[in-house]
Design a protein around this ligand. Structure first.
Ligand code: ZN
Length: 216
């Protein structure tokens, strides 16, 4: 199954992809993760990407397309993939079509205040990277990491005003991509203002209906 996940930052695309990956072994391809890895490894691509990221600029379409093309044609993606964070421009969507036919583009939606509430409860450990949530996964001692005892912090990206701003940018950026997939008849909207297990159950039901997975 060849899927594209679209949705605002903080809506939980990574969580949904991870749950599907565990059940069906379909790789979760996040361009953001790939770029971070390449930068960390200091590869030629990493150095190229770093120039843009450091200046706070978007990585140009041709670079992103080149990377995605390489990944999608690798053995890892022989049974399919979940693309996350790509395509983010009309040109990227059109180029992707030339490489591979997308089965479904899932659009995860929730009111911005639902996302604000969800991520504002998130706390991370700056030392070991453990993630907590005040509402549903609190640390044993408030504000302290269970794993290593370090005081927990809230990421800058999780601050309400940052979340609202990123949501606005997302809406503007992805509108043409969403319309593109709607026009192709492969866009399916999912209500993501619910528990992740319900969201993923919806995705699975649709994939079964379309004959892309067999019920496990
Ligand atoms: Zn820790």
């Amino acid at each position: 199954m060849k899927l594209v996940f679209i949705g605002p930052p903080g809506i939980g695309k990574g969580t949904y992809a991870k749950m599907l990956n565990q059940r069906y072994g379909i790789p979760h391809i996040s361009t953001g993760d790939i770029f971070r890895e390449e930068i960390a490894k200091g590869t030629e691509l990493g150095l190229k990407v770093k120039q843009y990221v450091e200046k706070g600029l978007l990585v140009p379409d041709e670079v992103v397309i080149e990377v995605v093309k390489k990944v999608l044609q690798s053995p890892m993606c022989s049974k399919g993939f979940i693309l996350d964070g790509f395509p983010r421009t009309l040109r990227q969507a059109e180029e992707l079509d030339k490489i591979v036919k997308i089965d479904v583009a899932f659009l995860f939606e929730a009111p911005v205040e639902v996302i604000v509430e969800r991520v504002s409860g998130r706390l991370v450990c700056p030392k070991c990277g453990a993630i907590y949530n005040i509402s549903w996964k609190p640390p044993k001692t408030p504000g302290i990491c269970d794993v290593c005892g370090t005081p927990l912090i809230r990421r800058k990206d999780d601050e309400p005003e940052v979340v609202r701003e990123r949501y606005k940018i997302y809406k503007q950026t992805f509108a043409p991509v969403i319309e593109y997939y709607r026009g192709k008849g492969v866009l399916i909207e999912i209500d993501a203002a619910r528990d992740a297990t319900l969201v993923v159950a919806d995705v699975e039901r649709i994939l079964i209906e379309k004959g892309l997975i067999v019920k496990t």
